[in-house]
Design a protein around this ligand. Structure first.
Ligand code: NAD
Ligand code: UDP
Length: 311
């Protein structure tokens, strides 16, 4: 198949590109290079099944493809909050432009949504039926509400026009190809530990996240794409093993044998206290569950950043 992948130069997009090409698909990679890096596309430029187009999904696009995967959107809070209007436009206008393409060509579209649609959840773990607890006007809203609106658009296009839309809700995923300055917790802690800088914990470190290694996520995404029908529900994809940020910091310090100390900084506004996916739907509908535990995934990510920092 010829697949349009938006956000291809980003962390997840680069892994997806590699996987799709290795499965024999052609990839039309689109990115505006705001948080993505052309370097992430380096391994593919010689591949004649790979085509890169610098394009912003907020602008309409016409391209002959058989399937769309929409991953365009900054995912790290510091980046999506640096230009909040652009973030919500990317989620809303970008989604509409890609849905128009999907409708015009009658092709399936997979949307990368997020656990952020649950906001600061009142229940744990979070099943897909949970409607969430989201501040509509806070500093995270450009992303959280943007992604909620893009989910609404996917399901409205499906109901109103019969478009095959598929929505996955991704929980905190990490691994090689994250940018050194990405700003998310795993890359921050590893880079700080490897360079003996203080580890920056926001708040008291008791907030939790559940971390999924990128290879597991990519396997789940492919299963969702290959499902012979479009499910009437979003599907959570993530690793249910939950850790506090303090546990994560200590693990990274220990694994890197770092001399870093911990620096406790103010907790950002609306930072969710907990997050853990209920993955029963992914297990029953996709026969998917994560396989890489945090220690193994962190080991591979530490190795990646050690190499990056030597360059
Ligand atoms: P990333 O920031 O590394 O990648 C995002 C990519 O989208 C970048 O290459 C960026 O340049 C591109 N982009 C941003 N705005 C664009 C626009 N208007 N037009 C074209 N390209 C644009 O982040 P990531 O972790 O790879 O996330 C990819 C997708 O997965 C995002 O939609 C994100 O919301 C979603 N997601 C990721 C996670 C995670 O833990 N990694 C969790 C939930 C959801
Ligand atoms: N965090 C932290 N130190 C950092 C970066 C993040 O303590 O250097 C915390 C952040 O406040 C949040 C958690 O780690 O509670 C996960 O943050 P991240 O930005 O990775 O993703 P989020 O799940 O908040 O979108």
């Amino acid at each position: 198949m010829r697949i349009l992948l938006t956000g291809a130069a980003g962390f997840l997009g680069s892994h997806l590109t590699a996987r799709l090409l290795s499965e024999g698909h052609s990839v039309v990679a689109i990115d505006n290079l705001s948080t993505g890096r052309i370097k992430n596309m380096g391994p593919f430029v010689e591949n004649d099944k790979f085509e890169f187009m610098e394009h912003d999904v907020r602008d309409p696009i016409t391209v002959e493809v058989d399937q769309i995967l929409n991953f365009a959107c900054p995912a790290s809070p510091i980046h999506y909050q640096s230009d909040p209007v652009r973030t919500i436009e990317t989620n809303f206008l970008g989604m509409i432009n890609l849905l128009h393409l999907s409708k015009a060509r009658d092709i399936p579209l997979l949307q990368a949504s997020t656990s952020e649609v649950y906001g600061d959840p009142d229940i744990s773990p979070q099943p897909e039926e949970y409607w969430g607890n989201v501040n509509p006007i806070g500093i995270r809203s450009c992303y959280d509400e943007g992604k909620r609106a893009s989910e609404t658009l996917c399901f409205d296009y499906k109901r109103q026009y019969g478009i095959d839309t598929r929505v996955i809700r991704i929980f905190n995923t990490y691994g090689p190809n994250m940018a050194i300055a990405d700003g998310r917790v795993v890359s921050n802690f590893i880079v700080q530990a490897l360079t003996d800088q203080d580890i920056t914990i926001y708040g008291d470190g008791s907030q939790t996240r559940s971390f999924c290694f990128v290879d597991d996520l990519v396997r789940g995404i492919l299963k969702m794409m290959n499902l012979p029908y479009s499910p009437d529900t979003p599907i959570n994809l993530g690793n249910p093993n939950e850790f506090t940020m303090l546990e994560l910091a200590n693990k990274v310090i220990q694994m890197t044998k770092s001399n870093s100390k911990i620096d406790f900084l103010p907790l950002p506004e609306d930072d969710p206290r907990q997050r853990r996916p209920d993955i029963s739907k992914a297990i029953s509908l996709l026969n998917w569950r994560p396989e890489v535990e945090l220690d193994e995934g962190l080991g591979r990510t530490i190795e990646y950043f050690s190499g990056e920092l030597k360059q």
